[in-house]
Ligand binder design. Structure first.
Ligand code: ZN
Length: 640
């Protein structure tokens, strides 16, 4: 049973963790006003950013789908970690030494404190060390030969962490058990296979490539067989990967992503190749955006990982057929020029309509993969392969056209009918218009005739495509949502919400009178409840001393689950005032405005009472005095 981490250590981790770095490793974040960053939401599909991060507050919130929280909760949700695992992960990143409530510094209890996930990570790391150390042994000769035959030197092998799993059934198992790992832990790590007489090494007589996540932790391996060590009776296939584990999800993992992620983010380009050696060849040729799927086809899940990194926005305009670089981000597939490669390209085309406008194919006519190409023709040829990429649309259409004899009228009509439905699927009209002209040129037909056929195909395909267009983002404009957080036009509610947002984000700028307000000043009960939570956390005075980050965490905690979403969105929403030098004044005015509104309300009631009071009645003078007093108070606050 895992011990509880001491509360003060949890707070320290929360305090030190850089939320913008943790989220930024997965989501491309750009500036969104003072102290605010935004990007594409990792929790829902969207084309324009409604996901906001406030590093100063240590929180994120999506105004599209409502997901929100702090850095710990982000890791829990996106990486599937438990609270303890998330804290342990962040502690490692921030250098916080965690202490556990159970105490006891002996090895047994320390081990029990580490969750299975941590142990699986550690086991994979230890296995990585072991495999790497084995690559220099005499036995690994065939492995080293494999690499040198493909022009990968020692440095390249080191960069990609290539290792050698020696033949035999229990080399790694014995090594790791000697380091204290149990069979259960090694199974959880995907390093061993359960046999009838215990566990045995999964990878034997193979070259190994570590597969790392975006935080550079080893989560699994890809391993290639070496002919010298192929076991006669049990053929396992040329490539063998880690099975699905707590760490390794094959529909999401991409080999090379740890090295490529920065270049992918900055260059807004990713090159998807088929093998580990292709990633290496690309890298050595100067293309540092290459990744490979691991024993599976490129999936929508992979696309999601990539789009998040690129902060992919599909622009409504600016598309140019001849120059894909004008797009937000490019995904380039390298497929063989052969039929199977074309089939794969067409499949990728059908798979992710969200992505297709920026999808390209780098097609090597000779059928060589990038590794072979580099070997045969050098790095320049690999670079040229990527540079000569072609839009996936064009590739798919031309593959269709190749099936027809364009020299005959029948062939041209057949080609048009086959290609028109593809062009009809292009949702961007400017893009589609360009392809109508291109197609007319390729087939040798009149543009109008092609346009007519495409419209016909579009109508015919409307029903079958409606699922696709239904995915279009129908949510409200995120900028508007962020600026008018309540999303409604009631000025009083808007003021209350904006003030509470300012209080949570900048407690140090809020006049201390705020703490003296009463909760019923807020017209919406939910805002009154947030005010209670703020007061319970010591009010803005405590916030100013403690700093917004830790204080907001306390407010959120005291608010309970019912208020969590509201407090979360308030803490992250952008204020209408976006000039830093004006913020302090703005906060003062917000409080004054709310007070003025309350007084105006009281004044209205007092005047009404005064009107209803008989001037001869003794209570009349008191009613009049109340009005005068409130008028004076209003003037003091508003200055008019
Ligand atoms: Zn979202």
């Amino acid at each position: 049973m895992a011990g509880l981490i001491l509360r003060e250590d949890v707070d320290l981790v929360r305090e030190r963790a850089q939320i913008e770095q943790v989220i930024g490793a997965q989501v491309a974040l750009s500036n969104a006003g003072i102290g605010s960053l935004k990007g594409l939401c990792p929790f829902h599909e969207e084309k324009s950013a409604s996901f906001y991060v406030r590093p100063g507050i240590g929180r994120y919130h999506c105004f599209g789908c409502g997901e929100g929280g702090d850095v710990i909760n982000y890791l829990q949700k996106t990486a599937g970690l438990s609270f303890t695992d998330a804290i342990e992960h962040l502690a490692a990143l921030t250098g916080v030494q965690l202490r556990y409530e159970q105490g006891g510094a002996n090895r047994e209890s320390e081990r029990s404190n580490q969750s299975m996930r941590q142990r699986a990570l550690a086991a994979n790391q230890a296995a990585q060390h072991y495999f790497e150390s084995q690559l220099v042994t005499a036995q690994a000769g065939p492995g080293r030969r494999f690499l040198s035959e493909r022009a990968f030197d020692r440095e390249a092998a080191k960069l990609f962490g290539i290792g050698f799993a020696p033949p035999g059934w229990d080399n790694l198992t014995r090594h790791l058990m000697g380091k204290g790992y149990t069979a259960a832990e090694l199974t959880a790590a995907g390093l061993v296979t359960q046999g009838s007489r215990g566990v045995y090494d999964r990878f034997r007589g193979r070259l190994t490539w570590p597969i790392r996540d975006t935080t550079s932790q080893v989560i699994g391996f890809g391993a290639r067989e070496l002919p010298e060590f192929v076991e006669g009776d049990k053929k396992q296939g040329k490539y063998l990967n880690t099975p699905e584990t707590v760490l390794y999800k094959k529909s999401q993992v991409l080999f090379g992503l740890d090295l490529a992620k920065d270049a992918i983010r900055t260059q807004k380009q990713v090159v998807v190749v088929e093998g580990y050696t292709d990633v290496m060849a690309m890298w050595l040729a100067g293309i540092q955006t290459a990744v490979a799927t691991c024993g599976t086809a490129f999936s929508a899940e992979h696309a999601k990982v990539i789009r998040r990194l690129m902060g992919d926005h599909v622009p409504g305009s600016g598309l140019q057929l001849s120059d894909g670089a004008s797009l937000g981000g490019e995904i380039i597939f390298t497929f063989d020029g052969d039929a199977a490669g074309q089939k794969a390209a067409v499949k990728a085309f059908g798979q992710d309509h969200q992505f297709y406008a920026q999808t390209f194919v780098a097609n090597e006519q000779s059928g060589m993969d990038p590794c072979e190409l580099r070997l045969a023709k050098g790095s320049a040829a690999v670079k040229a392969l990527v540079a000569n990429r072609e839009p996936l649309f064009a590739f798919v259409i031309r593959a269709k056209l190749a099936q027809f004899d364009l020299g005959s009228v029948e062939g041209r009509i057949g080609a048009l009918r086959a290609a028109a439905p593809i062009v009809a699927q292009i949702r961007d009209t400017a893009f589609q218009g360009g392809y109508v002209r291109e197609l007319a040129g390729w087939i040798g037909l009149d543009v109008e005739q092609v346009r007519h056929e495409v419209s016909r195909a579009a109508r015919a395909g409307t029903r079958s495509n409606s699922m696709v267009s239904a995915r279009a983002d129908t949510r409200s404009n995120p900028t508007v949502a962020a600026r008018a957080p309540n999303g409604n036009s009631n000025p009083i509610l808007r003021l209350e919400k904006t003030l509470l947002a300012a209080v949570l984000q900048y407690p140090e700028l809020i006049p201390v009178q705020f703490d003296q307000l009463s909760a019923d000043i807020f017209s919406a009960p939910a805002f009154g409840a947030v005010f209670h939570a703020i007061k319970a956390a010591g009010g803005v005075q405590a916030g100013a001393i403690q700093g917004a980050r830790g204080w907001v965490a306390t407010v959120a905690e005291l608010g309970g689950t019912d208020l969590a979403d509201l407090i979360g969105s308030l803490a992250v929403t952008n204020l209408p005032e976006d000039r830093p030098e004006q913020l302090a004044q703005y906060c003062v005015e917000l409080v004054a405005e709310l007070q003025a509104q309350v007084i105006a309300q009281h004044l209205l009631n007092a005047k009404s009472r005064l009107q209803r009071t008989d001037p001869s009645h003794p209570s009349h003078s008191a009613a009049l005095a109340a009005v005068v007093e409130l008028e004076a108070a209003r003037r003091t606050i508003t200055g008019r």
